[in-house]
Design a protein around this ligand. Structure first.
Ligand SMILES: NC(=O)c1ccc[n+]([C@@H]2O[C@H](COP(=O)([O-])OP(=O)(O)OC[C@H]3O[C@@H](n4cnc5c(N)ncnc54)[C@H](O)[C@@H]3O)[C@@H](O)[C@H]2O)c1
Length: 274
């Protein structure tokens, strides 16, 4: 958000993209932000935050794991698959975003191992479709949801950001490749790009059945009185392996999304951070 204490009237840029509003004798740029995957767990919280801060979010999501109910009323939802380059381009032409936050992804590490082609279609080609549309529309900043957990591979102690990438799953490889594509588009097309390496994120609206949702899974079980010694031990180690910037722990049973059919039961699956 840009603030200028000097100007004192409402203003609209010639291409209509940015609105400025008088606000306590300062001007605030209201950004148009396209959130891909905005009907999902992290994306929908981002949309809430953008609204709270006076920006105008739009959501692009195919609702494969996200749900429309996560998108706040008044926010336009484009039901589009990022694998469909033409539909992505049309959405960008209509929205004309200043900023893109790319959260849409095939999220399952185990599915990526079973179906590496599908994983790459969504997480690599889908990203390229989105970057292409962003470059064509002159988007200023492109933020990419990368991952710490899978990028660093099997590490035995907490991994600082400088840890060399050594992804061992197709999902992790795609996130790593995604970061390289960001650099390419920054160089070739002048996009300002940022990759965020999330650790294990958890909180309300998270799918408690997906493998990334280990904390949600344990919280849900605990709320149901199903704690056991081994679960508590695993929960503790999952929590202590989190980055210090992770949000405060939230045990919520208000998950509104059904389990995605592609996501296997987590009960017998080892925890692997995404
Ligand atoms: N949750 C975590 O702990 C974690 C950790 C590291 C990285 N990430 C990354 O953060 C991002 C958001 O994750 P999340 O936890 O909110 O997951 P999520 O499944 O809740 O959200 C992903 C969203 O993307 C949408 N989507 C999936 N495929 C799509 C496609 N082909 N076209 C359009 N939309 C599509 C889904 O419908 C969903 O709404 C993802 O990129 C994920 O890889 C998450």
């Amino acid at each position: 958000m840009c603030w200028s204490p000097l100007a004192n009237r409402a203003w609209r840029s010639t291409d209509g993209r940015m609105d400025m509003e008088v606000c306590n004798e300062t001007l605030r740029f209201k950004m148009r932000v396209l959130v891909t995957g905005g009907a999902g767990f992290i994306g929908s919280h981002l949309v809430d935050q953008l609204l709270q801060r006076g920006h105008q979010p739009f959501v692009l999501d195919d609702l494969s794991t996200g749900v429309a109910a996560n998108v706040p009323a008044g926010v336009k939802l484009f039901e589009v698959d990022i694998r469909d380059a033409a539909a992505v381009a049309r959405t960008f032409q209509e929205v004309r975003p200043d900023v893109v936050s790319h959260q849409a992804a095939q999220m399952s590490v185990s599915r990526s191992a079973r179906e590496p082609r599908f994983d790459a279609e969504v997480n690599v080609l889908g990203l390229i479709n989105t970057l292409d549309a962003a470059a064509a529309q002159g988007v200023q900043r492109f933020v990419f949801a990368s991952s710490g957990g899978v990028l660093y591979g099997d590490v035995t102690s907490p991994a600082p950001e400088e840890t060399p990438a050594d992804p061992i799953s197709p999902y992790g490889i795609a996130k790593w490749v995604g970061e390289r594509y960001l650099k390419f588009y920054a160089r070739e097309h002048g996009l300002q790009t940022t990759a965020l390496r999330y650790a294990n994120v958890y909180g309300p609206r998270q799918n408690p059945h997906g493998e990334a949702g280990v904390v949600a899974i344990f919280c849900t079980k605990m709320l149901q009185g199903q704690t056991s010694r081994s679960m508590a031990t695993a929960a503790t180690s999952a929590i202590t392996s989190m980055s210090p910037t992770s949000p405060e722990p939230t045990c919520s049973s208000s998950n509104r999304r059904p389990a995605h059919p592609s996501q296997p039961s987590t009960s017998a699956r080892p925890f692997r951070p995404t």
